[in-house]
Design a protein around this ligand. Structure first.
Ligand SMILES: [Zn+2]
Length: 575
């Protein structure tokens, strides 16, 4: 490193290595060092074999020296030893001129103000992007990729500099590459929105031609794009701008010299770059608002059990929450399921227990409410809250069923419900929901049972009279009508165990001896009267008929039944 006199030499060389080609004026601006000093230093670096000057032909007058780093400078930059042998051949003037123009644009952007502050600058290799188009790998290699803007904005663009040395065919190929890139929406892999394409060229005619060509290529590419895998995002119309100021970067950056693909003319660079950014910024704003709205909604569901339960019921995710409840013991699980299914306003116990669900909310891919996929195990506190809920529900269900009983609903369904609750269990939502229907069915059945009973008793009395008449006189004297009745009953009456009631034949059944159907469940009775008697399910009543032996009613039912009926339940009342 003894070659270098000062840090200035190093700075100059670093800048040259980075930008490949620069004039003394560029270096002076970039390094904020007087041009005179730069020139002197460059001569020194040239003498030591680190830099070389190339002078491209100029249209008018003479063009300034364009400075390039040598291989020795590149090795120094990478921290490698100086290469053996001489330097490679001098770079072509076309290359030097082109690279110099790009550096000039960089310098112009650095000097620019008015919302064009340069925040990102990538050249060729750094700006290249690979993508796939119609099953083949493709690549764009812009001369530069830039991000410019101010504190609030960040405009993005690919830059192509054309000094007129490129054939129109080559330029068209480049534009086709960009057209495919935009049609494939390949930008979405890297950029939040499609960067604009800027072409700085040397004549108005060339700028207009390039834009026309680009529009044509875009239209072609769009036709191929319909079944493309990147598709499905919002459609973006790519923005292309062209100007004739490739040799006058300050004008390109600061003057209204741009044509645009939308047919615009006399545009500032910012006019070109702003629309895609604005559209994206608007989308972002909407997305953020939507996100916030959703987040508030989620918070409200976490905070408000009542609202959360309503949402669970309405969005149809009850099952996933009922599955969550399986983590608790059977009783707790059933209580939580009842809690999810109920729609009455929650009391404090219910709210406390519902916290178990509130802590396990999840969101489906579509953002709907569902149960968490990996819920934590229930805490001790949660178990206690659910236990209280279970006790509370058992108590409420007992009161409800006892009230129904007290109102005269001694249907088998109520009997079973009482037995169930007396055993320390409680009823499922569907079992409770069925009760009113079963009670109503039983009420209808009772009148049918009464009717059959009256018809049967009439038939039995007539049968006895006929049987007695048929006996001889002596036999009539010892004829025991009660015995005869019992014999008939044993033959004709049956018992339905599931319904806990006598199966009495209908008038039609009486004509032909057969096993009668149960008037409640309509199934053929399966238990004979003799069996039912043997099992103590029925007993003779005081009217010469049979009464069903009911199970003893638990004290809690009787206690409720003894309460005044004013506030007692109808079928509409919930438990
Ligand atoms: Zn039955």
């Amino acid at each position: 490193m003894s070659d270098f006199v000062s840090d200035t030499d190093r700075d100059i060389l670093d800048t040259l290595v980075e930008h490949r080609v620069a004039t003394a004026v560029h270096l002076s601006v970039l390094l904020e060092i007087p041009e005179r000093t730069i020139r002197y230093r460059l001569a020194q670096l040239k003498a030591k074999g680190y830099a070389r000057a190339v002078r491209p032909p100029a249209d008018k007058g003479s063009s300034p020296d364009h400075w390039c780093p040598t291989r020795k400078a590149d090795s120094w930059s990478k921290g490698e030893r100086a290469p053996h042998g001489g330097d490679k051949a001098a770079p072509s003037t076309t290359f030097v001129e082109h690279s110099g123009a790009i550096t000039a644009l960089y310098v112009a952007l650095l000097k620019a103000t008015a919302g064009l502050g340069l925040t990102e600058w990538e050249r060729e290799a750094g700006a290249a992007e690979e993508f796939e188009w119609r099953s083949r790998p493709r690549k764009i290699v812009p001369d530069a990729f830039i991000v410019v803007g101010d504190k609030k904005t960040a405009y993005r663009a690919f830059v192509e500099v054309d000094l007129g040395s490129m054939s129109m065919t080559r330029l068209s190929q480049k534009l086709s590459g960009y057209a495919a890139y935009y049609a494939a929406q390949a930008w979405a892999d890297i950029h939040p929105f499609p960067p604009a394409l800027l072409l700085a060229t040397t004549s108005e005619a060339r700028a207009e031609g390039a834009i026309a060509r680009f529009e044509q290529r875009i239209a072609q590419a769009e036709r191929h794009a319909h079944s493309y895998s990147y598709r499905g995002r919002d459609e973006w119309v790519p923005e292309m701008g062209a100007c004739a100021c490739a040799r006058y970067p300050d004008e390109a950056v600061g003057e209204p010299v741009w044509l645009s693909s939308g047919g615009g003319d006399g545009l500032y660079l910012t006019d070109l770059l702003r629309p895609p950014w604005e559209r994206w910024a608007e989308q972002e704003r909407t997305r953020r608002q939507e996100h916030e709205r959703r987040e508030q909604w989620r918070q409200s569901l976490r905070a408000d059990p009542e609202r959360c339960r309503k949402e669970i019921q309405e969005c149809g995710s009850s099952r996933s929450f009922e599955d969550l409840a399986e983590a608790l013991d059977q009783r707790g699980c059933l209580a939580l399921k009842l809690l999810v299914q109920r729609d009455r306003k929650m009391d404090a116990t219910e709210r406390a227990a519902f916290a178990f669900f509130s802590r396990r909310l999840g969101w489906s891919r579509r953002g709907d409410l569902t149960a968490a996929h990996h819920p934590p195990p229930p805490s001790e506190q949660e178990r206690r809250a659910v236990h209280s809920l279970a006790s509370r529900y058992a108590e409420r269900q007992k009161r409800y069923v006892a009230r129904l009983y007290a109102r005269g609903s001694d249907s088998p369904a109520i009997g079973q419900a009482i037995a169930h609750l007396d055993g320390g269990d409680f009823l499922r939502h569907d079992e409770l929901a069925r009760l009113p229907g079963l009670i109503a069915a039983h009420r209808n059945n009772l009148s049918e049972l009464q009717r059959r009973r009256r018809a049967y008793l009439t038939w039995r009395a007539q049968s006895i009279v006929r049987a007695r008449r048929a006996k001889r006189v002596l036999a009539r004297l010892v004829f025991d009508p009660q015995h005869a009745e019992r014999e008939l009953d044993l033959e004709r009456l049956w018992f339905c165990k599931p319904c806990g009631q006598l199966a009495i034949p209908t008038e039609r059944d009486l004509a032909i001896p057969s096993v009668p159907d149960c008037s409640l469940c309509n199934l053929r009775a399966a238990t004979s009267l003799a069996e039912a008697l043997g099992e103590g399910l029925i007993r003779p009543d005081e009217n010469g008929f049979w009464a069903v032996c009911h199970r003893p009613v638990p004290a809690w039912v009787l206690a409720e039944a003894a309460r005044p009926l004013a506030k007692s339940a109808g079928l509409q009342e919930e438990w």
